[in-house]
Design a protein around this ligand. Structure first.
Ligand code: SF4
Length: 382
């Protein structure tokens, strides 16, 4: 396999959903009749980036809901992608799917189009929870979709789940969640993402919280959910390689997401998508209207850019490093930022190692499961 750093990742944001889920603040609109207009625009956007990076080893169609596109629309989009960008042999091609969009023939189409990895938004296998989350599918549809992915020949399936729903609102419990997880494990997905429910601004959930209609789990309980989830998946043989991500070994970690966590180059197309190259980050117009407006005027639809200075890079390297099991390369960190993490200042590292939150693994300082539970606050200690 070619080294990771030589290739970029390509992300395309498909900004359409049939309906908005109660917890989600990703950008999307529910007016599907603009899909053809959007597809024409994103193909034009590709032309601006022919020379962004010589070669790509990942493609990720996310959203929004890419599975709202028909097989023909996807075929047309991929034709343009192939004409515009060059991919390494065996590149990872992922598409996000909603279970109720999935049919066996759609999955067969995806296989023949070149996708080799699926990310299925199962979220829960309790109908009551799905309803509370505002999902449009039910449990039976998810389990059927999982079976069809195997029949269609996909050997790299990722399942997304949400846990930690407020227990009083939907009579959930840690035991029930672990049972759900156990049920999913019977299907042996290669990758499982377990996201702790968060109350994102501008979502119905945040409003319910403000009106005191729901109460999030206490911090102590959240941490119990996190640790028990990690333990259950690790005992089933999964590698806990990032705060919310588990895979059946190194082979099935998400190659694309590592671009984000390791300051590797990626190009993002579509409304609200971000790109990164040589310490420069840029982001596109956030809304579909602004994005389409710019493309129609022949303008590259960029809303903003920033150059990361040394201190910003240092903070992000710490932040991303402590969110992933591979942790920080101490020698590289010292060379790049002139800071000896173990000894400058000395207290946090040795104290956290003693508390079993960090561990020294050769020349790397890595978070343990307990450390991953606090990942975002660890970076602030240096
Ligand atoms: S969770 Fe997915 S399907 Fe639901 S609103 Fe967000 S992007 Fe759309």
């Amino acid at each position: 396999m070619a080294p990771l750093y030589k290739q970029a990742g390509l992300y395309i944001h498909i900004p359409f959903c049939q309906k908005k889920c109660n917890y989600c603040n990703f950008y999307s609109v529910t007016v599907g009749n603009r899909i053809p207009e959007f597809l024409a625009a994103v193909k034009r956007e590709m032309d601006y980036y022919r020379n962004f990076w010589p070669e790509y080893d990942t493609l990720y169609l996310g959203g929004g809901t890419p599975s709202l596109l028909t097989g023909d629309q996807l075929a047309d989009l991929l034709k343009k992608i192939r004409q515009t960008f060059s991919f390494t042999p065996g590149a990872e091609w992922t598409i996000e799917l909603n279970p109720d969009d999935v049919t066996l023939s759609f999955l067969q189409d995806l296989r023949s189009l070149g996708f080799n990895r699926l990310s299925l938004g199962v979220q829960s296998i309790q109908d009551r929870s799905l309803k509370w989350l505002g999902r449009r599918h039910n449990t039976a549809q998810s389990l059927q979709a999982i079976e069809w992915t195997r029949q269609a020949g996909f050997g790299n399936l990722g399942v997304d789940l949400i846990y930690g729903l407020p227990e009083k609102s939907i009579s959930g419990s840690l035991n029930l969640w672990l049972k759900e997880l156990n049920h999913i494990l019977q299907y042996t997905p290669e990758h499982i993402s377990c996201y702790q429910l968060s109350f994102e601004p501008h979502t119905p959930l945040a409003l319910w919280r403000r009106k005191k209609l729901v109460k999030p789990l206490e911090e102590r309980k959240e941490s119990q959910y996190f640790l028990d989830t990690a333990q259950q998946l690790e005992s089933a043989g999964y590698l806990h390689y990032e705060v919310s991500n588990f895979s059946r070994g190194e082979k099935y970690t998400s190659r694309h997401n590592q671009k984000y966590w390791r300051h590797l180059p990626y190009l993002g197309l579509g409304p609200s998508a971000h790109s990164f190259r040589q310490n420069q980050r840029q982001w596109n117009q956030k809304t579909l209207s602004l994005y389409l407006g710019d493309i129609q005027k022949g303008i590259i639809p960029i809303a903003g850019k920033e150059n990361l200075g040394l201190e910003e890079l240092r903070m992000e390297t710490l932040y991303f490093g402590f969110r992933t099991r591979r942790g920080l390369d101490l020698k590289n960190f010292q060379q790049q930022f002139g800071q000896d993490i173990l000894n400058n200042p000395p207290d946090p590292a040795y104290r956290l190692i003693q508390e079993n939150k960090l561990t020294l693994n050769g020349k790397r300082l890595c978070p343990t499961s307990r450390g991953l539970a606090l990942a975002d606050s660890l970076a602030l200690l240096w």
